[in-house]
Design a protein around this ligand. Structure first.
Ligand SMILES: NC(=O)c1ccc[n+]([C@@H]2O[C@H](COP(=O)([O-])OP(=O)(O)OC[C@H]3O[C@@H](n4cnc5c(N)ncnc54)[C@H](OP(=O)(O)O)[C@@H]3O)[C@@H](O)[C@H]2O)c1
Length: 246
């Protein structure tokens, strides 16, 4: 290891936007750790990213499984001694059991979405914090979404007007945004910049490929916020056009 290496971990990097973020950071010369919960999908992603020339390594990481998070942190500590970039990308949308009125299964489905999108991001960030604090320029990017904007949620004729009301996914991203501001506050004095981003409506398995953007387009803002200079923002919620209303 040399001091010049930048070590980046992306959760849920085996496909979709996370995979494109991993590719984007590898393209910029970073050593990229592909976090994935499935070993086969992880190894296939590592192979693809290496074939494109990246310095890429796989890490088994299920953001809802404390043992895998602890093992991943131990492995990074042993191999590199620090972490420079953490992208909390792993996320799920949940299913129709999160629609108000769906019945007794609603709380369990909302909890399932929060376990990955909110508690997963917190658990991974907590485990990686000692390693990020050893970085000369730590960066944390939380992959949120415009659907987590309370302003957008409260608008009756906006871009989400035709979607059913959902109790899990939008609230989970609003919670992730709140968590982002609190980590930013906590880490500001250490020079660690923590931001939430929206990739835009991107075609991935997560939405049945209904998005109109490519994963590379979706990943671009995350890559930008992962490579901020020391004067970059912290505690912000942004897409490629700038700040998004909370
Ligand atoms: N696509 C959009 O339009 C859009 C818009 C706004 C925000 N986002 C956000 O962007 C992020 C990436 O989503 P995507 O659209 O790329 O969806 P995707 O193709 O479904 O990818 C999601 C990734 O998260 C992983 N994942 C899910 N649960 C996990 C867990 N418990 N532990 C570790 N990894 C886990 C998945 O792994 P498996 O392959 O093992 O399932 C997969 O690698 C999510 O946070 C999503 O909410 C997406």
């Amino acid at each position: 290891m040399t001091d010049k290496m930048t070590i980046a971990l992306i959760t849920g990097a085996n496909k979709g936007i996370g995979h494109a973020i991993a590719a984007g950071l590898a393209d910029r010369g970073m050593t990229v750790l592909v976090g994935a919960r499935d070993v086969e999908r992880r190894d296939a992603a590592v192979e693809r990213l290496r074939a494109a020339g990246g310095d890429v390594h796989g890490l088994t990481l299920d953001v809802t499984a404390a043992d895998t998070i602890a093992m991943a942190a131990e492995e990074i500590a042993a191999r590199y001694g620090r972490l420079d970039v953490l992208v909390n990308n792993a996320g799920i949308t949940g299913d129709e059991r999160q629609i108000p009125g769906a019945g007794p299964e609603v709380p369990a489905e909302v909890r399932r979405v929060f376990e990955t999108n909110v508690f997963g991001a917190i658990a991974v960030t907590e485990a990686m914090l000692p390693l990020l604090l050893r970085s000369p320029a730590g960066r944390v990017v939380n992959v949120s979404g415009r659907g987590g904007s309370l302003t957008a949620m409260a608008t009756t004729d906006g871009e989400f007007a035709d979607l059913p009301a959902l109790l899990g996914y939008p609230a989970s991203k609003a919670a992730l945004n709140a968590v982002t501001t609190q980590y930013a506050k906590h880490l500001r004095a250490n020079g660690i910049l923590v931001n939430a981003i929206c990739p835009g409506h991107t075609a991935t398995e997560g939405n049945g490929f209904s998005g109109d953007r490519t994963v590379e387009q979706g990943a671009a803002i995350a890559v930008r916020m992962a490579t901020l200079g020391p004067d970059g923002p912290t505690g912000a919620f942004v897409d490629e056009n700038g700040p998004i209303p909370w």
